[in-house]
Design a protein around this ligand. Sequence first.
Ligand code: DHB
Length: 308
Amino acid sequence: MDLSTNIAGVQLSTCLMNASGARCVSQDELERLGGSLAGAIVTKSMTPQSRAGNPEPRYVGFEGGSINSMGLPNLGYAAYAKMIPGLRQFGKPIVASIAGFQMDDFVEIAKAINEVKPDLLEVNLSCPNIPGKPQIGYDVEASERLLNKIRNVVSIPMGVKLPPYFDPAHHEMLAGVLDRVKVSFITVINSVGNALVIDPDKESVVIKPKGGFGGLGGRIIKPVALANVRAFWKLLGDHIPIIGTGGVETGRDVFEHVLCGASAVQIGTALVEEDISVFERLERELKQWLQQRGYSSIMACRGKLKEL
Ligand code: DHB
């Protein structure tokens, strides 16, 4: 069974990888991903300086998903720039995720990270958890300006991690930006931002930052994720590859993302909850699912969702 795929000219031996944020902050975590069955190593979104992140509790898993407001805890881009050459020993593509608080941050990080040549750059336009900082991805003009600036300073393929959109008009506006900027891939979706999970017994929120508001992940966001993968697939066709993420817990969920148009799939909540053995289980389940349905490769079913 062929689970290999290609994102912007970068070959992946398997289409599964971690979502940025999930078990990918420290060198130890990144090396564990290197030694796992993940097809690529994706870093935590890096900022100019190292950050401790928001106060705890800041991640809570619950039946059906997770809520987080981590607040970008990371080692700062200089530490990841140092680490990336060593991560090559695992022989799989490295995806550097970058974030920032203003345009110049992104440009500074992109320049420095481009020097150490990760295989792909994932520009995160969709962190929902910094108090007072709206997600850039919800401002179409600002997104286009920022992406053009970053594009000018990098030579490696540049992709964009987008927040979920809930209206076709927004998908169309963003698709225009992605086409004009000529991004090399997109990753959809980031967590469903500013959700609220509460504990009625304790009459309390469950995470501390932002009064309990945080980004939703896991099984309950899968329909939103699939809708965004599908909407962008219909608008972009196969000239901008899509990495699907959101609600992948089983091999069947991977298949669903690919049917909607994803060329690869990232695992967030399930990786946090189950640890890196999740890749082995998902690979087994996916192979079995494809085999039962008569497919010999994952790419054979990409985008093939039937409509009624
Ligand atoms: C964080 C959460 C996100 O969804 C994201 O895209 C980046 C950072 C965080 O809170 O650390």
